[in-house]
Design a protein around this ligand. Structure first.
Ligand code: GLC
Length: 417
């Protein structure tokens, strides 16, 4: 047993460095999602039109109050950077059908709103200037378009008088919009289709790839995409079998701005990010700007707090492979680069020491990345290991676990061989 554990550890430590996925988007691990639209005027939820059954014409009036008077894309990029995010995904059109760019396909657009600005253009220009990558969210449901009703899909509003549901026609509209979005705004690194139409139309993703070679497309579109998108949900397991980008919002109730939002704790956010990144996924963390264009301070503060944590632990996700089965503690997830192991505790620490059974070798050093402070270690026969043959194992101790309840703890352990 002893020998097997030792051999397994050596074999793993000797493997060549892994972890580089080759997907361009997936080398950038953390992104900032932005839900912004005319729903921010009332500040309740991005699906207000459906969830409060607001008649279409009445809802559309919100555009006359959508002023965006303090919108400054550089401030958004500041917030993204403060979190350590390396790309932004922006809602070009949400389910309400309102277009946040100067489209030629409809009058229901931001340049006709009180704002009278092509906010996507301003954002895209600022992103290019700042070296921030940009991706776009695009909703397949469209509650404004007379042809868009799709009984096969979800998030649909019953057609209003005068509507003429016709998905073939609507698809042409989507193509025209996607063409504008993917030709007029520079490089777009990913397309986040939302709400699968449950209609297989391979030409849609083909069009997207033709217009933006190298783009990554999610799995909520008109055919198979490149990556999956678990939402507000931390799946079980040690490793994602396929490329994944999980998404969540700093706000617990809404993706769009909500005036009286319930905000997730920084502990919840960092633990969720830690778990997803350790599983090899990307993480898209959302903020919902107000209708004036500013990101609420509660959201910006959380993004910055996430960034303070992420900045300290991010080396534990770069160029690593996930080797969680190295340690038998179910609370511990493990990433590895060369002779360095990173111990992640996304459920938090339940004690001031951790048991790394069946690892036995003494490391050269151990560091609590959250604080940059050394962690004591020993090989010990722990009482809880009494039943294991050859019960000595690596034990790290004296960890200030009570100070770490608001963030996900990550410990770096460097081995000599
Ligand atoms: C859901 C919601 C939508 C939100 C999206 C973000 O699909 O319908 O409002 O934009 O999740 O992933």
């Amino acid at each position: 047993m002893k020998q097997i554990a030792f051999t397994v550890l050596c074999a793993i430590l000797l493997q060549a460095d892994g972890g580089e996925t080759g997907w361009r988007m997936f080398d950038r691990r953390l992104g900032m999602f932005v839900h912004w639209g005319i729903y921010s005027v009332n500040g309740w939820h991005e699906q207000e039109q459906m969830r409060k059954a607001v008649p279409r014409a009445e809802y559309a009036e919100l555009m006359t109050r959508f002023a965006a008077e303090r919108f400054d894309p550089d401030r958004w990029i500041d917030v993204a950077e403060s979190a350590g995010a390396e790309y932004i995904v922006f809602t070009s059109k949400h389910h309400d059908g309102f277009c946040m760019w100067d489209t030629k396909t409809t009058d229901f657009k931001v340049t006709n709103a009180l704002a009278k600005r092509d906010v996507l253009k301003e954002l895209a220009d600022a992103c290019r200037r700042r070296g921030m990558k940009l991706g776009l969210y695009y909703s397949n449901p469209d509650w404004h378009h007379p042809n868009a009703h799709n009984p096969k899909s979800s998030h649909q509003i019953p057609p209003e008088k005068g509507d003429a549901p016709d998905m073939a026609k609507y698809r042409e509209y989507v193509k025209a919009q996607i063409t504008e979005l993917l030709t007029g705004y520079g490089e777009i690194v990913c397309l986040f289709w939302d709400i699968p139409p449950k209609i297989d139309a391979p030409e849609m993703n083909e069009l997207v790839r033709r217009l933006q070679p190298g783009i990554q497309i999610n799995d909520r579109g008109w055919g198979k995409g490149d990556y999956s998108t678990p939402e507000r949900n931390v799946p079980d397991g040690a490793l994602f079998p396929t490329p994944t980008e999980a998404c969540n919002s700093v706000g617990a109730e809404s993706w769009g701005y909500r005036a009286n939002e319930d905000y997730h704790t920084v502990g919840t956010l960092t633990r969720s990010i830690d778990r997803i990144l350790t599983m090899g996924g990307n993480y898209l963390l959302n903020v919902g700007p107000k209708s004036d264009g500013t990101i609420p301070s509660e959201s910006a503060d959380r993004m910055a707090a996430v960034g303070r944590w992420y900045g300290k632990v991010r080396e534990s996700y770069a160029g690593v492979e996930t080797v969680t089965n190295l340690v038998s503690d179910s609370r511990c997830m493990v990433t590895r680069r060369g002779k360095t192991l990173y111990l992640h505790y996304p459920r938090g620490l339940d004690a001031t020491g951790v048991n790394l059974w069946p690892l036995k070798d003494l490391p050269a050093s151990a560091t609590l990345l959250n604080r940059g402070t050394p962690v004591a270690f020993e090989t010990a026969y722990l009482p809880s290991n009494w039943w294991k043959r050859g019960g000595e194992g690596l034990h790290l101790y004296g960890i200030p676990a009570d100070e770490l309840t608001g963030e996900s703890p990550v410990i770096r352990v460097d081995f000599l061989r």
